[in-house]
Write a protein that binds this ligand. Structure first.
Ligand SMILES: [Zn+2]
Length: 174
């Protein structure tokens, strides 16, 4: 136990907990299986998964990979006619039904926000998290050979300041 205390630089009580965990894991280790700490890996909520299931299989594949490393929430997959027209009126979409990629079945677009969600995009702290997520998504998509476009760089020229319309949650298949 003293050895554990030294190794983990922890108290005797914490060492006791660690020893207990190691005891529980011993059979797994003997079986040669690797251990993934459930708590360390983000995963989608049931609502996120439901929304993602309305999307093209390629988008599903991509975001199921993304969630393994960076926590995020699926906001919208497929969008109905009524919802599309409502957003158009609010100026939050530039397109009438059925011209948004969210309108196809399955949806060829998905809106995703970093988790925990914060909406105040005037706050630089919040804004950075959206760009951070996008970089990770775009890199992962490239690695997987899935061609996508992001609403923070529509022409995908890596100039993030030349958009007429910023839609930082929006990812679509090209
Ligand atoms: Zn969108």
């Amino acid at each position: 136990m003293a050895e554990l205390c030294r190794y983990y630089a922890c108290s005797a009580e914490e060492a006791e907990n660690i020893a207990e965990i190691l005891r529980l894991l011993a059979p797994v280790k003997r079986a040669g299986a690797s251990i993934i700490w459930e708590g360390a890996m983000p995963k989608f909520s049931r609502r996120s998964l439901e929304k993602l299931s309305s999307c093209d299989p390629e988008l599903q594949r991509l975001f199921k990979r993304v969630i393994q490393k960076v926590d995020c929430t699926i906001l919208v997959g497929h969008r109905t006619r009524a919802e599309q027209e409502r957003l158009y009126k609010l100026g939050r979409s530039r397109l009438h039904w059925p011209h948004s990629k969210h309108n196809s079945t399955p949806s060829r677009a998905v809106d995703v926000a970093p988790y925990p969600i914060s909406w105040d995009l005037r706050d630089p702290k919040t804004l950075k998290r959206y760009y951070y997520l996008a970089g990770f998504v775009l890199g992962t998509a490239r690695e997987m050979g899935i061609p996508i476009r992001w609403g923070g760089d529509w022409d995908m020229d890596s100039d993030l300041s030349d958009q007429h319309f910023y839609d930082l949650v929006h990812y679509e298949l090209v």
